[in-house]
Design a binder for this molecule. Sequence first.
Ligand code: GLC
Length: 563
Amino acid sequence: MWWRSAVIYQVYVRSFADGNGDGTGDLAGVRAHLGYLRDLGVDAIWFTPWYPSPLADGGYDVQDYRSIDPRFGTLAEAEALIQEALALGIRTIVDVVPNHVSDRHPWFQAALAAGPGSPERERFWFHPGKGADGGEIPTHWVSSFQGETWTRTTNPDGTPGEWYLHMFTPEQPDLNWNHPDVRREHEDILRFWFDRGVAGVRIDSAALLIKDADLPEVGEKTGPGQHPTEDRDELHDVYRGWRAVADSYPGTRVLVGEVWVPDIERFTAYLRPDEMHTAFNFDFLTRPWSADAFRTSIAATLAAHAPVGAPSTWVLSNHDVTRPVTRYGREDSAFAFLKKRFGVPTDPDLGLRRARAAALLVAALPGSLYIYQGDELGLPEVEDLPLELIQDPMHHRSGGIDPGRDGCRIPLPWAGSEPPFGFSPAGTRTWLPQPDAWGDLTVAAQEGDPASTLNLYRAALRLRRALPELGDGPLGWIDGLGADAVAFRRGPSFACVVNAGDAPLLLPEHEEVLLASSPLPEVDAPGGVMLPGNTTAWLRTKTDAAASADSAAAATRPTPSEG
Ligand code: GLC
């Protein structure tokens, strides 16, 4: 049951490390740094798409699932990487993007060539336009990337043709999941990677695959399961099929869903025992820096997961969202895609302090933990990229209003005092430029500093591994520490206390401070040890009898056999 408590590190291949010196990250770069990930203490790596792709959406426009993009390496290198990571105790999770493919995918090319009414077009959503000349868009569905969701094709004779659906960019045509080829093909892709030893798949945009074939507009009062393109009931059948494929392999091969479904009951329906194993918990990620918001989110998440028997996941960031250091330093620290703008002020010191506190909070919560590359270095969002270098379609499709997601996808700084900071050989221009000021944030600089964010993460993951009460299991709230506290115990003698306010608060009685996200005062206050504002502490407490009973009960709960 490794996945119930796993620490999973997200590698955005293009920006992790460049092994061949062309300014773009690649598999050789990852292989050269596997020791770094072992020392950090991760159990698995999730690789964002590494397949051949025109990179119209950073690789989420896949041209061929059974190969590796030549810019990143070869299939043989991926196979070697999977085995080398396993030898270090690190499992591999690959990304599968079932909602759409690249417009260069052979299926889409064949569909365009075959023309209206052909069986090749049935694997996608081709449709005549409305109006006498078919010039009106079939629906006004809204894209997650803004702009229209249909693009009109041109017939081979040059006349205007049918439209095709794309919930993201026009380079990402949506597949028709009512078509048996689409289902069969994706189950085969799972087998292809499971056969190569991968331990799981991350399922991109997992709640979008099925569309209402009647193409209705989105009504004002769309109830649960009634939206034409989101969270439709038929999806569960798709994932039951995938689960059967995963379960046909030895060991546990996990399905991790990217499920942006706000209704928590509908969200956990994807985690029923014959569907996905886990899904990213985005509710927590969208919450502002606030004890009340955190407690509410944690309690609701745990309560909703319990009935389906799935562990929760904890996610502070990923390649799509604003880095926590920048987000938590803002006046409005809640995250929402539609809010992203240039020039929103942030306090980087406060943001870093809170991001460190949040890291210890999520690492102590029940379930599995995701770490996005660079968060362990406390990297901020880069918000001053020259406009002409921005590649993310979210920026371009917003008419330049949304800065896009490139600011969290900057190549990692490994060593040295100037770009490319060891990401690429000296003198190389990286695919996105790094800030000149990142010299203090490099891995090499942080390794030597006991107070660095990297060393905080390492210490936290070491303790998490050593303490059996962390990871999956019960949580008991500790009340009475004030409105700014998020405090809970795990097992009989471990407590996590977050002070989300600015004023210090008195820590509960304890025997030892195991770890703190910021230094604690050297001199104790009259009543005991104070926890400064925006700080988390992990405590070893006296054994709590009630909590011992809880964990004994948890220990006797039947668990499926280990995979
Ligand atoms: C997911 C990915 C994101 C991508 C989108 C379309 O949300 O995380 O990066 O742009 O799907 O595939």
